[in-house]
Design a protein around this ligand. Structure first.
Ligand SMILES: [Zn+2]
Length: 428
């Protein structure tokens, strides 16, 4: 799967000091393919001593400007890089350059334009929870972006703890702005670009106030890793039903994720419509390439989102609409579950292995081995919700490993089976 069908279009230009003197603001007109809803522009300039500013214009005038501060920007109908206006792409759209400093030998500028196709929703894969050296990891945002791309991801949310300093450094369009509000009684991730949320929370009233603030800033909030993997990791504030989504799966499945899943299922049983998401919680290493085993890297687990594009607002809309799936790795398995006309449709793809189970509430509705691509339908039952999983029996040595680390929390029932993929929820 590729993120962008349309393009990319590459435009190469050479500018001399004379060009800068006669027309310092050249326009590179774009031919927008029919059915385009947004675009991403990236720019490379050589030599380093040249400064060429970046912007966007259309028939109505300047549409956005980032000067020399950014080398990439995105504009979609619902979202845009700061400094750019979101909305439809209008007539006369053109990349706007500023020839601020052109050295005597001239400057080469390469502009790459990715057009985002409109219309049908599709699955994008990514990671909604990762860290850089802006908090307690060693890798830079650019290293995390390289790692995510290497794993075939379409997006990765940078959710550094109690800071937003990284937001000014997310130049690669694969990186999404987020922050992990990390309190001494649990964490949540707020997705989107906004000022720092208060994390020095000591009373439930303050927690409620910060959740109100996040809603006002139009941030998408995700309750993070609600399980006792560390003394302050488990969420102990209440208000579990007030988050937009639930991180059912954080890191390897055996890091007590069945406890988080049980809390999530309890919310579903009570009638709350909370979509499941996952996150590797990868604390990116400084070096590249990354020698870490794949199961501990960014993208393990992978969150799939059916969305109009792989950019912020569209992904958040996909999550809010419940179009998610979480799988052990970027290759899948992907469970696409939907219902029409009293039938529940399933489409399971990716590396085979294990058992595919469809649930109506807590009851097993259907079960079969996952030995290759699966496609079919079963009649829906009068249940509050339907969902599905691919699971395998947990190897005994893995159970022993988890038991050694969390002797008080690893139960036979909890650790008996490991999840390879977990579908989104289908509500009646
Ligand atoms: Zn955390």
């Amino acid at each position: 799967m590729t993120t962008l069908d349309f393009g990319p279009v590459v435009i190469d230009r050479h500018y001399t000091p004379q060009d800068a003197a006669t027309q310092p603001y050249p326009l590179l007109p774009l031919t927008v393919p029919p059915g385009t809803r947004g675009l991403t522009v990236t720019q490379e300039v050589t030599p380093d001593s040249a400064t060429v500013d970046l912007g966007l214009a259309d028939a109505a005038g300047v549409r956005g400007w980032s000067g020399g501060a950014r080398r990439a920007f995105t504009v979609t109908p619902t979202d845009a890089t700061p400094g750019y206006q979101p909305g439809a792409l209008r007539a006369g759209i053109a990349v706007l350059l500023g020839l601020y400093h052109i050295p005597p030998e001239g400057a080469d500028v390469r502009v790459t334009v990715h057009f985002h196709p409109e219309g049908s929703l599709r699955w994008y894969r990514g990671d909604l929870h990762a860290h850089t050296w802006h908090s307690d990891a060693h890798g830079r945002p650019a290293t995390l972006a390289a790692a995510a791309r290497d794993r075939g991801l379409d997006f990765v949310a940078v959710a550094d703890h109690n800071t937003v300093t990284h937001h000014a450094h997310l130049h690669d369009p694969i990186l999404l702005p987020a922050q992990e509000v990390t309190t001494y009684r649990g964490h949540f991730v707020a997705h989107g670009r906004a000022p720092l949320l208060e994390f020095r929370l000591t009373t439930p009233a303050q927690v409620q106030e910060v959740l109100r603030r996040a809603a006002k800033d139009r941030l998408l909030t995700v309750l993070a890793h609600p399980s006792p993997t560390c003394p302050s990791c488990d969420w102990a504030w209440g208000f579990e039903d007030q988050f937009d989504a639930f991180e059912v799966w954080n890191g390897p499945w055996l890091t007590l994720n069945w406890i988080a899943r049980e809390k999530w299922l309890t919310l579903l049983d009570r009638g709350h419509r909370v979509p499941p998401v996952g996150g590797s919680d990868r604390h990116q290493a400084a070096g590249w390439p990354d020698p870490t085993p794949p199961e501990l890297q960014v993208g393990s687990p992978t969150t799939w989102i059916r969305a109009a594009s792989a950019y912020g607002g569209d992904l958040y809309a996909g999550i809010l609409a419940g179009r998610t799936c979480v799988s052990e790795q970027p290759a899948g398995p992907l469970i696409d579950l939907s219902s029409h006309g009293g039938q529940l449709h399933y489409d399971v793809s990716g590396p085979p292995g294990g058992t595919f189970t469809v649930y109506a509430g807590r009851d097993v509705l259907f079960e079969c081995p996952f030995e290759g691509p699966l496609r079919g339908e079963v009649p829906v039952r009068a249940a509050a919700y339907h969902r599905a999983e691919v699971t395998i029996p947990t190897p005994p040595e893995h159970v022993a490993l988890a038991r050694g680390r969390w002797p008080d929390h690893v139960t036979d029932a909890g650790a008996a089976r490991s999840v390879r993929a977990l579908s989104g929820v289908v509500w009646p």
